[in-house]
Design a protein around this ligand. Structure first.
Ligand code: FAD
Length: 491
């Protein structure tokens, strides 16, 4: 946690004092939250370009005035990587945008990514004074974060965080998703020689193969990874740890610590009749084929089926990404089938809003019972069970209960199943000594992220099951601190 002394000194900088005098708090709180400019729905459903267009400098300045520079900045407590939020927003208010980007990078390896995909409404923004005390809309922290990071990218004047001189201690990272990247960045800053091993041919984990370009362009991920490369982090692609290189090999190669950030890329299915029909697939397969294997290109060797009546089963971000991708690939009827109501949907509010604007149908309180196909084995219809909500379950959400005898058949020619993911079992099954839960996640010490094997630390979805980018990054940072302390004590 950023110390009280540090925050006090920051807040009392003379320039911040001067800024506070330029506008009264009442004037600031009367300002409306700015709106993110967007591509119009009727245009964007025909392309894969970003939907959100980013704030203009004028909009960013207007929004920066809303931040009250609170004495006790609770927003920071809502950020798992502890970005100094008031500081970077006040940088923007002073017109020091490159400085704002530097502030972000003090604790966040991927600010342009987080500014786009973080569920800010559940993290930093939900802790904002406006929400907590004034019952108004939060300062648009995510939009401002994206603005500062993009401004820096576009300026070409990209700052590289300082790194300590090398201590010649080699550290291996398994997986180049947000957990692995955040860990690698912090360890590089401390002077470690870090190599990230990635099974796929491209870097970024879900940021690359899961989240579509219309939410997170690949060039944003590339630019942020480039900074890590300049900090000295090495990357090896097409290298499956546990297969290409074993746990013993890593030790033999002289790696003194290993961080496992191998994610949860194993799709779950409902195990209902018809799931093996042609045209039924997991969201992971569908999105990976489109995003990573370019399966939507007409000249692709393995083109993806372009359904006209597409049902996506699930209510998370992955389901929204899949259904909006299907719409862009020509689906005339694209629908979300979700067994609870919209209120319980785990997807970001913005994704649900964008999906609706793009003409996606929402069949809430419906659950598939089975699929049926034609004589060629291609899915043609699905039987849905109508549901109602009962009492809250262990997750705190109201339990969906089938309404006896109330079912409906709906025609489909493609079904994308997006009901959650499980950890990939390769690392837990090939590494010796790791403790694994019945769900396949790796057991760690929550303070340090250290596993039962002292030189192995882990974080992100391999520890949490499916979670979020920022929680994975928070784990990566915590593990870097934990491993550094352990190595200093041990070596
Ligand atoms: C489609 C989709 C949309 C999402 N949208 C959002 C969103 O909007 N906001 C949000 O906060 N979260 C979102 N999430 C969740 C978020 O992306 C994940 O929680 C996050 O990426 C987890 O990070 P990670 O580093 O743990 O794992 P991952 O991102 O999964 O990265 C793990 C990496 O490890 C590699 N790997 C696995 N095994 C090995 C091995 N044996 N050797 C070498 N490499 C290996 C994998 O190839 C992968 O690249 C979304 C997830 C999906 C699938």
């Amino acid at each position: 946690m950023l110390s009280k002394e540090y925050l006090h000194a920051e807040r009392n900088q003379p320039w911040r004092e001067a800024l506070r005098k330029t506008m009264k708090n009442k004037e600031r709180t009367d300002l409306p939250r700015v709106k993110m400019p967007e591509q119009p729905p009727e245009i964007r459903i025909h392309n894969f370009q970003e939907v959100n267009l980013g704030l203009t400098p004028e909009l960013a300045l207007a929004e920066s005035h809303r931040c009250l520079d609170c004495v006790n900045p609770t927003c920071i407590m809502g950020c798992p990587v502890e970005v100094n939020i008031p500081k970077f927003i006040k940088n923007i208010e002073r017109g020091e945008i490159l400085e704002a980007a530097k502030t972000l990078k003090e604790t966040n390896t991927l600010p342009a990514v987080c500014g786009r995909v973080c569920p800010q409404e559940r993290q930093c923004e939900s802790h904002c004074f406006y929400v907590q005390k004034l019952k108004k809309e939060a300062v648009a922290i995510g939009h401002l974060e994206r603005f500062a990071a993009d401004y820096e990218h576009e300026s070409g004047n990209i700052s590289i965080p300082e790194t300590a001189s090398t201590n010649e201690i080699k550290i291996a990272v398994v997986g180049s998703g947000p957990a692995g990247l955040a860990f690698a960045g912090d360890m590089a800053k401390l002077g470690y020689e870090v190599t990230v091993f990635e099974a796929l041919h491209e870097l970024g984990g879900v940021l690359r193969y899961g989240i579509p370009e219309f939410r997170l362009p690949n060039k944003i991920v590339d630019t942020e990874i480039e900074v890590l490369k300049k900090m000295g982090v090495k990357f090896e692609t097409n290298c499956i740890i546990g297969k290409t290189i074993s746990q013993e090999d890593l030790k033999e190669f002289g790696y003194k610590g290993i961080f496992i950030g191998s994610g949860a890329g194993f799709p779950n299915f409902m195990n209902i009749p018809g799931e093996n029909l042609i045209g039924v697939m997991s969201a992971n397969e569908y999105l990976t084929r489109v995003n990573l294997m370019r399966a939507a290109d007409p000249d692709s060797d393995t083109p993806v089926h372009r359904g006209k009546k597409v049902a996506v089963i699930g209510g998370g971000n992955t389901a929204m990404d899949a259904v909006r991708t299907a719409r862009r690939l020509g689906a005339e009827k694209a629908m979300i089938v979700y067994r609870r109501s919209e209120e319980e949907m785990p997807a970001r509010i913005e994704e649900v809003k964008h999906a609706k604007e793009e003409g996606i149908e929402f069949l809430t309180l419906h659950n598939p019972l089975r699929y049926e196909g034609d004589e060629k084995g291609h899915v043609r219809k699905m039987l849905l069970q109508r549901m109602r909500l009962g009492e809250p379950d262990a997750s705190g959400r109201r339990r969906p209960i089938p309404i006896e005898g109330d079912t409906v058949w709906i025609e489909v020619d493609e079904v994308i199943v997006s009901i959650g993911v499980s950890p990939n079992p390769l690392i837990p099954s090939t590494f010796t000594g790791l403790e694994v839960t019945p769900y396949g996640t790796i057991v760690i010490d929550e303070e340090t992220m250290q596993t039962g094997v002292d030189y192995i630390f882990a974080g992100g979805d391999i520890v949490r099951g499916g979670a979020t980018v920022i929680l994975a990054m928070g784990d990566g940072r915590k593990a870097a601190k934990g491993m550094d302390a352990w190595l200093k004590k041990t070596l």
